[in-house]
Design a binder for this molecule. Structure first.
Ligand SMILES: Nc1ncnc2c1ncn2[C@@H]1O[C@H](COP(=O)(O)OP(=O)(O)O)[C@@H](O)[C@H]1O
Ligand SMILES: [Mg+2]
Length: 291
């Protein structure tokens, strides 16, 4: 079995008297692709924000693989409790993550600034390599770098901002990708390009230090990946075409808990009521669509 990448243990989270998550357990292993689904307001974003340590659960723990130190006795990256690591250690764990937020979270400035700042701060990549990366990432989300690179964030349409946010995450070449509603608000053609990009990014092994990807502040050398190693991808989504395209592990939230957790192919056999609603709209569960 692959090592654990991130794990939620009995997570509970409320806002006032509204219990959003009640005793949620979740284990995501390295190389998995997981979609978190559920009705609007069911707690998908709250769960994602809790997994990445932006929200503190009221009770329960989040454990995440620490890729920066030596492996533990089992040969796997040690798991760290996000509530007990110091802020610097948390930053170091997060160096291997990239997040596409539901509201994009682009910072003020140009698209170029948004795509290059993290790489400048955290890697030893040179200026030219960074611009080259930025350009390639924009092309991957079907944006023309010559047009977009020097546009200001505030000049972007909603759909463009979403694509820039995805490009920024991809440019960081992380071990773990988190996406919150990556295709919401995009037209179907662009949406389908994003589906392909998510799959391609997931299935392409991240670069190693031998390939020049060295973190500045760690003196850290990213370990060589085993051949064929995949990244870990966690996606909050409403997009049925995305589910069909990826045929992922599906986690459905309902009434503050997980009402289905299993392979996409078995989602249709779930007796969880909202899963049945979903399936009325997509009666045929295909194998993963061919590339
Ligand atoms: N910061 C907050 N303060 C109060 N309520 C919140 C906050 N964040 C989320 N909620 C509530 O938690 C519930 C789940 O929200 P969310 O996770 O954003 O849903 P979704 O599944 O659509 O992503 C909603 O009822 C929302 O109003
Ligand atoms: Mg949400």
């Amino acid at each position: 079995m692959m090592p654990i990448e991130i794990q939620a243990r009995a997570i509970t989270k409320s806002f006032g008297s509204h219990v959003v998550l009640r005793g949620v357990d979740l284990t995501i292993r390295s190389g998995e692709i997981v979609c978190i689904v559920g009705a609007s307001g069911s707690g998908k974003t709250v769960l994602l924000d809790t997994l990445i340590g932006l929200l503190r659960p009221d009770s329960g723990q989040i454990l995440a693989a620490d890729h920066n130190g030596p492996p533990d006795a089992t040969g796997h990256p040690p798991l760290k409790d996000l509530a007990t690591v110091d802020p610097r250690e948390l930053d170091m764990i997060r160096l291997h993550w990239a997040v596409v937020f539901q509201r994009n979270a682009l910072f003020s400035g140009s698209v170029r600034d948004n795509l290059s700042l993290w790489l400048k701060e955290h890697t030893t990549l040179g200026e030219e390599e960074i611009v080259e990366r930025a350009r390639r990432s924009l092309q991957a989300v079907a944006l023309d770098p010559d047009v977009v690179l020097d546009q200001d964030r505030d000049a972007l349409s909603g759909g463009m901002a979403k694509r820039v946010a995805i490009a920024r995450a991809i440019a960081c070449d992380p071990l773990v990708m988190f996406y919150d509603e990556p295709t919401t608000g995009l037209d179907p053609m662009v949406g389908s390009a994003i589906h392909d990009l998510i799959w391609k990014t997931h299935s392409t092994p991240p670069p190693t230090s031998d390939e020049g990807f060295v973190f500045r502040d760690l003196g850290f050398v990213r370990p060589a990946r085993t051949p064929g190693a995949r990244r870990t991808t966690i996606i909050v989504t409403h997009d049925r075409d995305l589910l069909r395209r990826l045929a992922p592990r599906v986690i459905m939230l309902h009434r503050s808990g997980v009402c289905f957790d299993g392979r996409y192919e078995n989602f249709g056999k779930s007796d969880c009521p909202p899963a049945q609603d979903y399936l009325r709209f997509m009666p045929v569960l295909h194998e993963r669509a061919p590339l």
